[in-house]
Design a protein around this ligand. Structure first.
Ligand SMILES: Nc1ccc(C(=O)O[C@H]2C[C@H]3CC[C@@H]2C3)cc1
Length: 227
């Protein structure tokens, strides 16, 4: 790993750790009562803060702010669901003290999310948990997800590809260093990004069903998901 790649990684990891879900949202998960309405409001608050954290993290990805402004918006809107699930999977699988995980799982299960979406979502959480990623890998994988060139409406795909390739190169070297006994580890991480893409479809269904039951969203969520 070259000196500049180490600097790149430090910037990404610091940004990733600096922007975390506010503690008060996490605390509320434990305190509020368990009605479906209350659970939905908590998830809305959680998703809204996840999107805020995503925007702040993205602004710190070296080179991102030099991209075409409309492409910056297209990348954020195109990756918001995947970045949110990647981060909540990581929060789920490690950051949260044990008691909290069951509570969050319980609230998600009882918030009007349809069963057919629940399974793939928790399978994904489990598959991320099993990887035991270090924070550098988590931060780089999130940046790689955001810098996906073929999102809808991206005009200058080459510019995005150049940034993404830089991140992929650092991640590949890091995996070789961190997991010498597992040469396939890097490929497994990228395989998670494919699994992540399938969640987009389920998430869109989830939003539609909530909207049909007249559930309230925040302005930020309406804007990022065009609902
Ligand atoms: N009004 C909304 C509430 C929650 C979401 C959402 O995507 O929630 C995500 C956060 C974690 C729990 C369900 C998923 C993962 C979207 C709109």
């Amino acid at each position: 790993i070259t000196k500049e790649q180490q600097a790149l990684m430090r910037v990404i990891v610091e940004a990733y750790n600096r922007h975390q879900i506010p503690q008060d949202v996490a605390k509320k998960l434990l305190q509020e009562q368990y009605s479906a309405e209350e659970n939905f409001l908590l998830l809305t608050e959680m998703a809204t803060s996840q999107v805020q954290v995503l925007v702040e993290f993205t602004k710190n990805i070296p080179g991102f702010l030099s991209l075409d402004h409309e492409d910056q918006i297209a990348l954020l809107k195109g990756s918001a669901v995947e970045a949110m699930f990647l981060r909540s999977a990581q929060v789920f699988s490690r950051k949260m003290p044990n008691g909290h995980i069951e509570v969050l799982e319980e609230r998600i299960r009882k918030s009007g999310i349809s069963e057919e979406f629940m399974t793939p979502m928790f399978n994904f959480y489990r598959s991320i948990g099993e990887l035991h990623m270090v924070q550098e890998e988590q931060a780089l994988l999130t940046a790689i997800t955001i810098l996906t060139p073929d999102r809808p409406y991206v005009k200058d795909q080459q510019a995005v590809e150049r940034l993404q390739e830089q991140m992929l190169d650092v991640l590949r070297k890091l995996c070789t260093l961190q997991h010498p006994q597992e040469p396939q580890y890097f490929a497994r991480l990228l395989g998670r990004l494919t699994e992540l893409r399938t969640l987009n479809h389920y998430h869109a269904e989830m939003l539609t069903s909530w909207r049909m039951n007249d559930h309230k969203f925040t302005p930020l969520l309406c804007e990022i998901w065009d609902v």
